[in-house]
Each structure stands twice: as C-alpha cells, then as structure tokens.
Design a protein around this ligand. Sequence first.
Ligand SMILES: [Zn+2]
Length: 572
Amino acid sequence: MRLFFPLSCLLLLCACEGEPETGNQADLLVFNAKIWTGVDCPGVEIAAAEDYCATAMIIGQGGRVLSVGNDTTAWSSQIDKNTERLNADGQFVMPGFVEGHAHFSGLGSSLRNLNFLRSKNWDEIVAMVAERAEDTPEGDWISGRGWHQEKWDKPHDHSVGGYPIHDELSRLTQEHPVILRHASGHGLFANAKAMEIAGVSRETPDPRGGRVLRDASGDPTGVFEERAMDLITDSYQNWIQTMTPESRKEEWLLGIEAAQEECLRKGVTSFQDAGTKFREVDWYKELDETDQLRLNLWVMLRHSYEEMEGNMDGLPHYGKNFTCAAIKTELDGALGSYGAWLIEPYFDNPGFVGQNTTLVETVDSIAQLAKKHNMQLCVHAIGDKANQETLNVMAKYVKPEDDHRWRIEHSQHLAVEDIPRFGEMGVIASMQGIHCTSDALFAENRLGTERAASGAYPWRSLLDAGAVIVNGTDAPVEDVDPIESFYASVTRKRADGKATFFPEQSMTRVEGLHSYTGAAAYGAFQEDRLGTLAPMMQADFILLSKNLLSCQDEEIMDTEVLGTYVAGKKAF
Ligand SMILES: [Zn+2]
C-alpha cells in the first residue's frame, strides 16, 4: 500500500499538471544519444575521448527544443503516451549543418544535368556528352558542369593553356550546342555549334574582365573565362527563353526538389544561397507559404545595381522557412581560372593580376543600397586585392559597433595586414573548407609559397584575430557534403591523400563544427532560432555514425548521416 500510494499520487500529479500546460508536453524524446548541443557544455572536457554534453533531449510543439540533459526522469511530467521515442543507440547527435554559401537552384540543376565533379579526365567527359546527345532532340542545348582540368588523372594530349581543345567534342556533337561550366563557375567550355550560335569567331575580341582562349593561329579553343562566358551563356539563355514560362518553372521546381533531397540526405538542414533572382524570390515565397520548403532557406539577392535600385519593395523578406535579407555582388573571379584579383601578379602567370569583374564604384553603390534597405551585404572576393577593396568599401558604410554582419564570400587569399580587419570591423568571413583542399593542387603554383603560407585560406589566423568564420561548400562548385568540408577544415588534407595544405591553419574540431552550425546561423542573424540545440531553439538535428569531436582524422570521411530532423520531424 505504501508503495502504491505515492505512484498513484504521481500519476494524478502528471495528469493535473499536464493539462493546463500542454505547450510544455514533449512530442519527441531523443535518448541514449551523445549530443553536442553547439553551445558551451559546462563541465565537459571537449578534448576527452568521448565528447558530448548530454544524452537526451525533448522536443515540443512547434518543433522546438524543450530541454537537453542527462536525466529524463526530470521530464516525467512532460513525457506521456503520445511522446514519440527515438533511441539514438549511442550515436552522435548534433545540430543540423548550416550550409553557409552554396547555390540552391544551381545544385538542383547540376543534379538534373551532366555533372563532371567525379570525372577522371576529358575523354570521359566527351563520352558522357556524346551519350547525352543521342537522347537529346537536335538543336537542344546540352548543359553540364563540374569539370576541372587540374584534377584529372592525365593532362589532355591536345591542349592549349592546360585546357583541352573543342575539336573532338564538336565532332561528336554536330547537331547540339554544348555548354559545360567549369567546377569553379568562372569558366566554361563550348563546342563549335554553341560558338556558331553565339557568333564567336577568331575576330571576337576579349570582353572587359574576361578571356577567350585561342590556339596559336588565333582560333577560339572552346574555353571562355570570367566575363567572356557571357558570350555563350547569353545564347544559352535565349534558348531557355524559348521555353514556356510554365515549363521553365516546372524544370526549376524539379531541381529544387532534387536539391532539398540531396541536402537532407547529407545532414544539411539550413541552406544559405549565394545568388537568387527576383523571380526565384517569388517562387520561393510560394513554396514557403504552401509548406513545401523542407529546410530553412536564406538567400542573397543577386542582380546588377540598376536592376535592384527602385525595385526593393517587400525586401527584406522574413517568411517561415524562407528569408531574403542580403544582397550579393562580386569583385573578382576564382583562383583556378586566374580570375582572382591579386595585389602582386600570379606566381605562375607573371605580369597578370587577375580579373576585377565589377568596378569598385559599382560595389560601392550596391553597399549603399544594402545599407539603405537594411540588408546584409555579401561580396564575393577571392584574391587579396579584391578582399582589400571590399574591406575598404565596407569600412565606409558600417561602424564596428553596428551589428551589420556584412560578409565577404570566400575571403580566400588575404594580405596579412588585412586579416585583423575582419575581427575589428565585424565582417564575417564566409569560407569553404573544401575549397582549400580542392585547390591545394594548384594554389601554391598560383600564389607562390610565401603568399600561400601566410594568407591562403587562413582560418587559424582569422579565428585567432577574432573573426567569425562561416563554412560551406559553394555547391555545385563542390559536392554539398558537409562531412568532406569539415574534414578539410580540421585537417587541410585532401580526402584522396594527394596533398596537405599548410596544416597549421586548420580549425579545431569544435571550431569546425561551430563554423557549420552556430556561426553560420549567426552569419544570417538566425542564431536565436537555428544552429544550436538549446531550449526554445528549432529542433534541427542529425544523427551521425561517428563522433566528429573525437573520432580519428581518418574516420571522419567514413561518417554516415543516419537521420536528419527538421523542426523535430524526420526529414531523412
Ligand atoms: Zn558561390
């Protein structure tokens, strides 16, 4: 009797207490987990062999975290028969990854078009395009992306400036214009049919900020760098315009669905898009209003100054899962294609300092526009000169004490004297771990050892100088896989073992995870809702097969995403 009495009391108590406070009831209990919450774990030694802050958490209505801890009995009044239970089997649980800079619809279309990220050489690519041509109606464009000549297992025997020549590709695709974008997004390859439609010949001059590659006799080889890409992409866009608006939107939507699926499968629960058009903003709003966005999407608007000026009604926009509160512009191109704008010339291209793709005055006007409309400014800058000019422009319009969170996208190669300016000015360095190891095969050739050692992907120096680093992949430039980028961030080693790039600039494990969760959310003013697993935060979390804080370096790449939850609901 003595035992029975208190139990019935307890049951009575639960019923009484539970009723008026339904908002406190747990929809989901996660237990038997090793949880890294993303916030400081009091008393937990992060360097210990088994690192986690808590073993359990409860999630309530609206998909918010109610409590995180070790003692589920403390929550007995909040857990009842309706509470779903998730046994994590001792696996590592952490906040979902926040992809800090990538291209959502670009990722979608790369999943639907030819993708050469894993192609071993040019012959393989030509064969893939020729095969696609067989199933494509005559005259339709064939599009693909992801090739990178410096990552092939053998250089092409028929090449100019390190790039293949279009002859073989053109011979196999005589009835189809072909456009194949470089992995960096800063160059493309066109076949003869595409060049014919675009009206490109040996007489075509190089446009400002771009280069048409030519053979010894002056004929275009098929490679178009930076602004010269417009010659081909304009023709491609003209063809796209011939489709009905409905079929264009349908194709876009199929890409978005594919991108969502791919992200959730890889543990990405938030995505920061680095270049959205007005039309897409409208489409994303529609998807958000009809609850079709399965992850959080935050986008940077990207248009010319003239297109944006006077057309900013309704911006910034804060929806449920969709936010547009930033403007993107760019000052230079990419390092691989000699498009990064450098202070001193390229080490392997003497006399050439890269491309300044947008006038500094134009970026200045866009900065004023961002300030006027209370939007974050995000400037693509890769070379040290581009970064310096960007910091100079930003310094004109934001004071360090303002909470502006303006960002430099990539912040890749920095003059040593500019590194402290990020922390001092509160400018966010939006960098991609995977770019470092991906570029490791050529970055030192381009920059020379001295500049590569002191200012290339200088994460350690930036963090030590108080900068906030946001991580990401720039997908579809790279695979959207956060594990691969995390591995690069904490080891600076290529996954294929071919190179290690100045490992003294590595992030620690915690810094690496933070750059992919809380810091990335901070980079979008979303840290009050996303990026950590604390009470009241949105319950975006993932289950992983390895403990990313304590597993061996060599084990990181074997990590599998076992489950992805967005707002407490299973999404993968
Ligand atoms: Zn990008």
